[in-house]
Design a protein around this ligand. Structure first.
Ligand SMILES: NC(=O)c1ccc[n+]([C@@H]2O[C@H](COP(=O)([O-])OP(=O)(O)OC[C@H]3O[C@@H](n4cnc5c(N)ncnc54)[C@H](O)[C@@H]3O)[C@@H](O)[C@H]2O)c1
Ligand SMILES: [Zn+2]
Length: 346
């Protein structure tokens, strides 16, 4: 069993990584409402009620949050009771949001079942739903009671969802831990060709949880450092949006990191060799790294100009300044961005 402590200004909780970790739900008192992703089987979690969510980002809506809250109300749950989220990032974000607002805040446990949710979404207390006007536009900061990670769930995950989770793992290594990046390079293609979920993945998940916890501990509400977790996400999100979200998030992030890495090398912030190492690793993990030809640099910039994270000095970007280190940069010339984008087509 691996254990990581997440200490934030508002809460402190354990992240447990172990086969059968979900069994620890029993140790928490009160009545429980299980919120389950329709594609995930309940391994044996005992709950007093259950609501099954229709899978998919398009169902990450306020109306799903409302149905979770209504189910809780019908069960007469009170603030001593708990929600349990069993599913990927969509289920975790929706359940967390419902937990943040039901009776002005009720406890909840995260049981992530996708790699992306294990290494990123389940830790740190950001919860959300989408609006037709944009993704994650409503939500709250609300930390879970515990994050229980059983890597066995990964055995049923699709290949695309596995590689998309790995994109966030690479992101974490590039911005925070050069040694971890070296380790990923050593493992390389074996992570997707012969994934050993019981042995190799727990260590990798643990490192990501440690690093994310460290960032969240120092900046719970994203006033500073936490923003670096958006590495690859500004360019990536623009490409995802232009594709009407047919390009999966992890692929968007892989493309976005490739562009940001190219730009950082152009600006002299990191070495060309660092950019190539990142590119090679992403390719070994079978992630697409090239921008599809149908989107022009100008279209991509247009989407980026309306990003909610921009400030008065223009588009804000997270750029690496070494393998294992990154910072937020604003005021980069659009000309430089266009030139980096132009280098990233297939
Ligand atoms: N809160 C945060 O800090 C944070 C961070 C990153 C991403 N997110 C959010 O997370 C979401 C993406 O998460 P995701 O990639 O897990 O998507 P997801 O929850 O949609 O899951 C992806 C797919 O895998 C299926 N699935 C889940 N577990 C499975 C399993 N064990 N076996 C087989 N299939 C399974 C789901 O039904 C779905 O079809 C986005 O909405 C994003 O905004 C949140
Ligand atoms: Zn992401």
């Amino acid at each position: 069993m691996e254990q990581v402590k997440c200490n934030t200004a508002s809460a402190s909780y354990d992240i447990i990584i172990a086969s059968g970790a979900w069994q620890k739900c029993k140790d928490f008192s009160g009545r429980k409402l299980l919120v389950r992703d329709g594609n995930v089987k309940n391994p044996g979690i005992e709950a007093d009620g259950e609501i099954v969510l229709t899978p998919g980002e398009q169902y990450k809506t306020f109306s799903a949050v409302e149905s979770i809250c209504r189910k809780a109300a019908q069960m007469h749950l009170n603030r001593k009771d708990r929600f349990i989220a069993l599913g990927g990032g969509v289920t975790g974000d929706l359940t967390g949001f419902a937990a943040a607002i039901y009776m002005r805040g009720i406890n909840f446990i995260q049981i992530p079942t996708t790699l992306l949710a294990m290494v990123d979404a389940s830790v740190g207390g950001k919860t959300a739903a989408d609006l037709p006007e944009g993704k994650n536009l409503i939500g709250a900061f609300h930390q879970p009671d515990a994050v229980l990670i059983d890597p066995e769930f990964l055995t049923t995950l699709s290949f695309t969802d596995l590689t998309c989770g790995l994109a966030e793992v690479v992101k974490t290594a590039v911005i925070l831990d050069g040694k971890f990046f070296d380790k990923l390079e050593q493992l390389g293609a074996s992570l997707v060709e012969t994934p050993d979920f019981a042995v190799r993945y727990p260590e990798l998940i643990k490192r990501c949880c440690e690093l994310k916890s460290m960032v969240v501990a120092s900046d719970e509400k994203e006033n500073g450092l936490r923003a670096i977790l958006n590495y690859g996400h500004t360019f990536g999100h623009a490409v995802e949006q232009l594709s009407d979200f047919t390009i999966p998030h992890g692929v968007g992030v892989a493309i976005g990191m490739t562009v940001a890495g190219t730009l950082a090398a152009d600006l002299g912030m990191w070495k060309n060799n660092d950019a190539s190492r990142q590119l090679e690793l992403l390719k070994k993990l079978r992630l697409s790294t090239a921008i599809p030809r149908r989107f022009t640099p100008e279209q991509i910039l247009e989407v980026m100009r309306s990003d909610k994270k921009n400030d008065a000095s223009g588009i804000r970007l997270v750029l690496p300044d070494g393998i294992g280190s990154a910072r937020v940069v604003s005021g980069v010339q659009e000309r430089a961005m266009i030139s980096a984008l132009e280098k990233c087509y297939d």
